[in-house]
Write a protein of this length. Structure first.
Length: 379
């Protein structure tokens, strides 16, 4: 008997979901087996779903990709959470499989069996688990999936890229200042001249204004670097990014209005949450790198981390991965008096604003030791 071919573990969560879709497509003999929505949407505990040919109801798969280090085992807490989510799947499931790259675990398998009996008694969907060893067996037993997966692994070994921050890392740290202003609206009738000056002063400063006299310390910048580590050129390549967590606004660093002849390799989509790069050069030679234009980003005052999901596309290759930005927010406390003409408008407001180190703040904080505060140094 010929020894089975070694089956490598999928490199990431997206690849594992694709493998599960292909495998259960073959097991269920259901060409309509598909992934459920997008990764950041509410998937109701189901990553892949379909209807086996011998059934009349939906079966679902919850895919749990695990690394070999800190997050290498499926936990009871994860199982309970995904089961509760799956109860909201519409139409109702008849079966929920947990598919995981974690190795077999006697305690987890027992827990799954207990949950399955509990659900049977409540007329809810059945529950089962397939660990790494079980999935390898299924791949070896199903020719279509086996041929596809082995070919896919070999294909990935041919194509290879690296998408990182300019610092050659997948995680960076940024520090920004946010102005926390207590605005006190106090009744005081204004002269016509004072009204005019107040109107001028109240014009909002655009966070990415190129004519702004003062630097905005509430924004930070970063660049994405792509390296072709394959032996052949990458053709017609581009990258799309989506940003998760609390972001105020995002922009690029070139005032194209001032120079309309500049090639724009950065396009903003969907309310400043998506960006797409398509370089002017349509090919990237082997072992070469391309650094995309600088990104300017302003986080909200509640921001702690920003997850950058990126998709790489070329003529022959597609890959998905994530980058991470750790954000430290320094809050500058500030008080502002605003005079109003109507006594009924007297009030106080708490406002978080972009921090500009302008003349007013310089005067207010000029006697404060900068080493003990978050106020930036000014010459």
């Amino acid at each position: 008997m010929q020894a089975p071919t070694y089956i490598a573990k999928p490199e990431n969560r997206q690849d594992f979901e694709t493998l599960c879709k292909k495998l259960w497509w073959e097991l269920w003999d259901d060409p309509e087996t598909k992934k459920h929505g997008r990764s950041w949407q509410n998937q109701c505990g189901v990553d892949v779903y379909g209807i086996p040919t011998w059934k009349d109801w939906y079966y679902g798969i919850q895919c749990k990709w695990k690394d070999d280090y800190t997050d290498k085992q499926l936990t009871k807490k994860e199982i309970n959470a995904e089961i509760e989510k799956a109860k909201k799947f519409i139409p109702s499931l008849k079966m929920l499989y947990f598919a995981t790259t974690a190795n077999k675990d006697v305690a987890i398998e027992q827990y799954i069996r207990e949950k399955n009996l509990e659900h049977n008694n409540q007329w809810l969907f059945w529950i089962a688990i397939y660990s790494r060893e079980d999935i390898v067996d299924l791949i070896n037993e199903n020719k279509y999936t086996f041929d596809w997966y082995v070919k896919s692994i070999n294909f990935k070994n041919q194509y290879s890229i690296s998408v990182q921050f300019e610092e050659w890392t997948s995680t960076i740290s940024k520090e920004v200042d946010i102005l926390h202003t207590l605005k006190k609206y106090i009744y005081k009738p204004k002269t016509d001249h004072e009204k005019l000056m107040a109107t001028i002063a109240s014009i909002a400063r655009h966070p990415f204004s190129w004519e702004d006299k003062w630097e905005n310390f509430s924004l930070f910048t970063f660049k994405i670097k792509l390296t072709n580590t394959w032996t052949m050129p990458l053709e017609n390549y581009k990258i799309s990014l989506s940003f998760e967590w609390d972001i105020e606004s995002i922009s690029d660093d070139i005032p194209w209005i001032l120079n309309p002849n500049i090639y724009i390799d950065c396009i903003i989509y969907e309310n400043n949450t998506w960006k797409l790069w398509e370089p002017e050069s349509k090919a990237l030679a082997s072992k070469n790198s391309h650094t995309f234009r600088k990104i300017l980003l302003i986080p909200k005052e509640t921001c702690k981390k920003i997850k950058v999901k990126r998709d790489f596309f070329s003529n022959h290759y597609h890959e998905e991965w994530e980058l991470l930005i750790d954000v430290e927010i320094n809050t500058i406390e500030h008080e502002e008096i605003i005079y109003v003409d109507d006594i009924n408008e007297e009030r106080e407001e708490q406002v978080y604003e972009n921090f500009y180190w302008d003349e007013e703040l310089q005067k207010k904080y000029k006697n404060i030791d900068n080493s003990e505060t978050h106020i930036p140094d000014v010459e």
